[in-house]
Design a protein. Structure first.
Length: 431
């Protein structure tokens, strides 16, 4: 075994050891990247990387949309748009059996379209929808499972911060990735609603009476969400604006809407800016660590060697893809979705490209696989978020509630692997 191979193995062992000791993923990747590079090329080149990489990441124009979409989501949350989405969903879906649960999924999808964060979606809906479902007698496991699973839509339905990170790592068109997520997102919402009806067929409460007047009145409260969705994704799809420009417009529009409706005063705007800054710094720290780690991968040629190893196993294209997806599912049990994308995609992406899979399609597939990690034990960050917000619901209860949705995610993943046109149809109309 070559000298660089031993350094690569020691680097990965050291990184996972630091993660086990709760060292932040960005710091762990950065340390391994710098010291691993120094072990092969010397300390001076490694220090040069440490000096230039953070500046390169922070000043990358493509990454500017990360901060803008984060700010857009914070403004939307502080403007109370989630409550209006839930109210509208309940007005139209409430008459059906299990209507509150269906309305929660619809509201999660709508909020994901202006937020881009699964954790924020789950936390917000825990406060808005979960108390209502419990008040109307929904089983606690099903009610909490609906919120946890619905929250995962935040990283699939565009704009998604995770998709932005994937685009940055793989140098893929982020606009096409956003548009590619629309149909899979609609499929996810439909399948989650079907899962609710199947899983709760014996326990779901009956629906309420439908009022046409209340139904149409509720739509007046969600005009802002519809406007933002059209302004951001519509401008990207039709080529009116770049994703970076659309993200800036989306953040500005969200703030203006909040001000006009009297929900964002000076104090709340300042608080929103500070919150968005903190989240952005956390994301950029991880991205800087990933950039340093990518130099370590390049100099040890780990991705190329993994490609050769997997090809030599003669599993075929879909056999190798299945192995990669299983790796992500297992990793999702111990890593959050952002860490998983940043850590594993640079390693497996060359394999995927060599096998001839479309990078846009693979991005959506991988993000969907990362969704599983948000609700699977032992990490299941959405589950822990709900448990933090609603302390009297046990973790075991929430994990029991998400089991049907895990199966739904697996079936959806199989569908999109077998029928990639579902993902690629809309992006192809842009090309």
């Amino acid at each position: 075994m070559a000298h660089t191979d031993w350094i690569a193995i020691l680097g990965f062992v050291a990184m996972f050891a630091m993660m086990g000791l709760r060292v932040p993923i960005g710091i762990a990747m950065g340390l391994v990247g710098v010291f691993g590079f120094a072990a092969i090329r010397g300390i001076d080149p490694a220090l040069n990387l440490l000096a230039t990489s953070p500046i390169r990441v922070i000043t990358d124009f493509q990454l500017s949309l990360v901060s803008f979409f984060i700010l857009m989501g914070v403004f939307a949350t502080n403007s109370g748009m989630s409550r209006e989405l839930f109210r509208a969903g309940n007005a139209w879906l409430g008459p059906f059996r299990g209507g509150l649960a269906l309305a929660t999924i619809a509201a999660c999808a709508g909020f994901a379209a202006i937020c881009g964060s699964s954790v924020a979606t789950a936390a917000t809906m825990s406060k808005v929808a979960l108390p209502e479902m419990r008040r109307f007698g929904y089983p606690e496991d099903l009610a909490s499972g609906v919120v946890a699973a619905g929250g995962t839509l935040g990283i699939l339905i565009p704009p998604s911060i995770v998709l932005v990170v994937y685009a940055y790592i793989t140098e893929t068109d982020v606009g096409q990735l956003f548009i590619a997520g629309i149909l899979p997102g609609m499929l996810a919402v439909s399948m989650y609603m079907l899962t609710v009806r199947i899983a709760g067929r014996k326990t779901l409460p009956e629906g309420t009476d439908f009022s046409v007047k209340e139904g149409f009145a509720s739509l007046s409260g969600i005009w802002a969400v519809m406007l933002l969705f059209i302004a951001v994704l519509g401008s990207i799809y039709f080529g009116v604006a770049t994703p970076e420009e659309a993200s800036a417009v989306g953040a500005l529009l969200t703030m203006i809407i909040g001000i006009v409706r009297g929900r964002l005063g000076v104090r709340r705007i300042i608080d929103s800016l500070v919150e968005a800054l903190r989240t952005s710094v956390a994301v950029y720290t991880v991205l800087i660590g990933a950039t340093l780690f990518s130099y370590f991968l390049a100099i040890t040629q780990s991705p190329q060697k993994l490609t050769q190893l997997l090809i030599s196993m003669n599993l075929g294209s879909y056999g190798t893809l299945t192995l990669i997806l299983l790796l992500f599912v297992v990793a999702g049990c111990i890593l959050d979705s952002m860490a998983m994308i940043i850590l594993l995609v640079p390693i497996v992406f060359p394999v995927v490209v060599h096998l001839g899979f479309d990078p846009i399609w693979f991005g959506i597939i991988i993000v969907m696989t990362a969704e599983l990690g948000l609700i699977t034990p032992p990490v299941g960050i959405n589950v822990f978020v709900i448990n933090t917000v609603v302390r009297d619901i046990k973790l075991t209860t929430i994990f029991r509630g998400v089991i049907p949705f895990i199966f739904s995610d697996i079936v959806r993943l199989i569908i999109l692997v077998l029928f990639p046109a579902i993902v690629l149809f809309l992006p192809m109309t842009m090309r």
